[in-house]
Design a protein around this ligand. Structure first.
Ligand code: ATP
Ligand code: MG
Length: 196
């Protein structure tokens, strides 16, 4: 099955971003705008995973998630793939905040996927949420400038999902597994508890 790992936006972030994206939808109907209910921030695209690899993969990804902690992100501006090009095919919202711990998490998840024999990209990780696609690729720089820059809210990221990308009609994505990001333990507080 076609799999990826991702983080989901909190509902208030979806509401906020929807209102910003609304302008873009009206001005540029020729783009394929993604549906707010499908919005996600991909950590690692895993591609087609043979069924027999899924149990080991899931275990490895879970172990990787367990080594990280909750983090905070905010949507901050727009970008395209390829960037600054006359022929871009993806328009996305970018992030600020704990992007370094997020990148560390993505890198560990990539490593876990490689550990079970999957080929994953070694391109630099760019945290982004795809809001529109263009086929054929076109100059999206004007689109980018017409959109206002979204302001907040903070995404408090407490879990990571393994998601199946479902071909054909119906829901595009199906959550296969969810792992919580464990809170950091404070050794001093632990000892307080144990002595009381
Ligand atoms: P579709 O390809 O049918 O238009 P989609 O791109 O949402 O839909 P997938 O191609 O299965 O579905 O991708 C799932 C997620 O992984 C999406 O967020 C997508 O942007 C991302 N993704 C897909 N291919 C790659 C890749 N080669 N590198 C990085 N991320 C990718
Ligand atoms: Mg795709």
């Amino acid at each position: 099955m076609r799999l990826f790992t991702a983080v989901e936006p909190p509902p208030e972030a979806v509401v906020q971003l929807s209102s910003t994206v609304h302008t873009g939808r009206e001005l540029f109907p020729e783009l394929r705008w993604t549906s707010p209910e499908d919005w996600h921030l991909t950590l690692v695209f895993l591609g087609d995973v043979p069924d027999e690899l899924v149990p080991d993969l899931t275990e490895g990804l879970g172990r990787a998630v367990a080594g990280h902690h909750p983090l905070s992100l905010e949507v901050d501006g727009w970008g395209t793939f390829p960037e600054r090009s006359r022929r871009s095919s993806v328009l996305w919202a970018g992030f600020t905040g704990d992007t370094e711990p997020l990148t560390d998490l993505a890198v560990d998840l990539r490593e876990a996927a490689r550990g079970v024999g999957l080929h994953v990209t070694d391109m630099p990780y760019v945290p982004h949420l795809t809001v529109a696609r263009s086929r054929p690729a076109r100059d999206l720089r004007r689109t980018l400038h017409e959109l206002t820059v979204p302001q907040g809210p903070t995404w408090r990221v407490g879990e990571v999902h393994l998601v199946e990308s479902v071909p054909g009609r119906g829901p595009r994505y199906r959550t296969v597994r969810t792992w919580p990001l464990p809170w950091k333990t404070h050794p001093d507080r632990t000892s307080e508890r144990s002595t009381s």
